[in-house]
Design a protein around this ligand. Sequence first.
Ligand code: ATP
Ligand code: MP5
Length: 276
Amino acid sequence: MNDTPQAMTIAGTDSSGGAGMTADLNTFSAQGVYGANIVVSVTAQNTCGVQKVQMITPDMIMAQLSAVADDLKIRAVKTGMLGDTATVETVAKAMTKFNFGPLILDPVMVAKGGAQLLTDEAVSAVKTLLMPLVTLVTPNLPEAEVLTHLSIKTTDDIMLAAQQLQTLGAKNVLLKGGHGDAPIVLDYILLADGRHFWLRTKRFNTARTHGTGDTISAAITAQLALGHDLETAIIAAKTYVDATIRDGILVGHRYGPLNHLAQSTIKNQPEVIYDI
Ligand SMILES: Nc1ncnc2c1ncn2[C@@H]1O[C@H](COP(=O)(O)OP(=O)(O)OP(=O)(O)O)[C@@H](O)[C@H]1O
Ligand SMILES: Cc1ncc(COP(=O)(O)O)c(N)n1
């Protein structure tokens, strides 16, 4: 009954289908993993920005989590937009109550269009309640700055920030380097045992990057649900997100969605770098 690899996303919806829960579920499917979905917020948004947000009550969020825990065999779980403190508290409570496997925390704070998706108050709840439960945290550079209070400009700053995220409790860290306009994109990985490396790819000169962060964290979650180790999962996920940008689709007018069905013939494996 419960043999099919199953993963779960705890996130907000995106009415235009490019980010949030839809990106997560499309990614799970593309990796051959069944996806359960816990809705914590409904957003009215499109590729130009977020117009309206409606949070779901903690009671309803817990009911969804409990229903899934009672029936499915979730092997890995990720969080996306969590919105407010009450939601973070509810999710943290559920993570200690139920066994959903490794927890991947994508600390979504601000949408590409600029809308705030996590209140300032909730940032401290994420740090104190969720970080100690996390297998992997996947901030982009601005999110890492908020979580660590560091100004991150150089590769040394990135490595220091990753260490600080570990002191907050996250066992492993993926610091995403998608922001900025350098011709090369560098993601940094610091593993629980202290090993660390960079993944280097070419930057695609496109604004069609709505949901890149959701997609890479969902792909890692799916790879873990398939039974792969974390290092393999991260490299496979990076290869996948690269293909979803490369094989772009034309939807909407601004930050267009990725192609989750990318069949790229050029599977651009990231270059793994140990010393920078
Ligand atoms: N223009 C690009 N070209 C190549 N890779 C990119 C580009 N933009 C993002 N990436 C990759 O996509 C992944 C997500 O990184 P990014 O820093 O964009 O996350 P994010 O800001 O959390 O995304 P989002 O908020 O859109 O969900 C990383 O592996 C990053 O290297
Ligand atoms: C519901 C939801 N979750 C996450 C994002 C982040 O994605 P992006 O930074 O690409 O806008 C979003 N826009 N909406």
